[in-house]
Design a protein around this ligand. Structure first.
Ligand code: AHG
Ligand code: MN
Ligand code: MN
Length: 335
């Protein structure tokens, strides 16, 4: 086997030929996201050195405290995507409304990009892994007019690409265009993402379950029983509080991640468009599964709102199936 380094850019261009529908535009878009990821990575890494840590002082559209780094990452992504001219509009966890991109080229572009610029904000100030998540759709509105809300409210199954970046012990970008999942590690000495994890396959089952068990008393009864069962089965609990990091671990080691409905978040906390759909597309492409606590496939949910939340159960296929059977059996015996 050759040791030749394959950079993200080289890989993306090579892969373009695998798809009949792929044009240079999608390739360019993925490259632009790679550039934004490097810029955000630089700031995340020196966050302790400059006066960027701390609360920005505003609330986002979901009413949560916004950190400075959230805004920085949001601005950089918008900037890189605006410059590219390959994306006609963006929607972000940090923006109330979608943003049509203004340049002449952008207006006629075919794609929209949705993102969670910084996932795991509560972990920034304490040097724990954070991430960026993105999701790309082909627009459904006509190409010679500004993008519309319908372009963003598509089912997850319509995604043409999705990915995430984890700013961890190393910085890794993982993405799919619907033909398997590949991971690229940033080599800081050359400033390039290099292919490091080819054709990622999630283990069929695993030893880990990942849920905020602190909310145990706020879960529905069947969820409490399921969590009891995980403990009875001697599964090991891991919960970082950064979805990207928790799911990254599961992709490689197997396991199940759950963010169910709670009393505070009756529809779940995580956002369907910026978190659940892209991570579900990646997980399914790696051979895993992803459903909500109504046992519906996440990618089949028709969104009605940009900031809609969803419950999620995602991970190794066998473990998601077991969770589903557990809940079905439990509901049958209690009704
Ligand atoms: P964000 O930082 O983008 O708001 O996302 C945080 C999310 C997700 O990454 C994580 O899994 C979850 O919130 C943690 O929530 P709890 O603290 O309620 O467990
Ligand atoms: Mn998030
Ligand atoms: Mn975020």
């Amino acid at each position: 086997m050759s040791n030749r380094i394959i950079t993200l850019d080289e890989f993306i261009i090579k892969r373009q030929n695998d798809f009949s529908y792929a044009t240079g535009e999608l390739t360019g878009l993925l490259r632009d996201i790679g550039v934004a990821a490097k810029i955000v990575n630089r700031e995340v890494n020196r966050a302790g050195l400059i006066n960027i840590l701390g609360v920005h002082g505003a609330e986002n559209s979901s009413g949560e405290t916004v950190q400075k780094l959230d805004m920085y990452a949001n601005d950089k992504l918008i900037e890189c995507l605006s410059n590219s001219g390959e994306c006609c509009g963006i929607a972000s966890e940090e923006n109330e409304d979608f943003v049509p991109l203004p340049t002449i080229e952008s207006k006629n572009a075919k794609y929209v990009v949705l993102f969670d610029p910084l996932d795991g904000s509560s972990n920034i100030d304490v040097n724990v892994s954070v991430g960026t998540i993105f999701s790309i759709y082909r627009r459904v509105s006509s190409e010679d007019s500004p993008c519309t809300l319908d372009d963003f409210l598509q089912k997850g199954v319509e995604q043409v690409a999705a990915g995430y970046v984890i700013y961890g012990t190393s910085t890794i970008l993982v993405y799919t265009t619907g033909n398997g999942v590949n991971g690229f590690t940033l080599d800081p000495s050359i400033g390039e993402f290099c292919l490091s994890h080819r054709n990622i396959q999630v283990p069929k089952t695993g030893q880990y379950y990942s849920i905020n068990q602190g909310y145990y008393s706020k879960f529905d009864l069947e969820m409490r029983r399921y969590v009891d069962n995980c403990s009875d089965e001697n599964l090991r609990l891991r919960y970082i509080g950064t979805m990207v990091a928790d799911i990254h671990r599961i992709l490689f080691q197997g396991g199940i991640f759950l963010y169910p409905s709670t009393r505070k978040y009756p529809d779940g906390k995580l956002r369907l468009l910026y978190e659940c759909n892209p991570m579900s597309f990646i997980m399914e492409q790696a051979g895993g599964k992803s459903i909500n606590t109504n046992l519906q496939r996440i990618l089949d949910v028709k969104p009605t709102d940009l900031h809609q939340r969803a419950s999620i159960v995602i991970g190794s296929p066998q473990m998601v199936d077991e969770m589903k059977s557990f809940v079905e059996k439990y509901s049958a015996t209690t009704t």
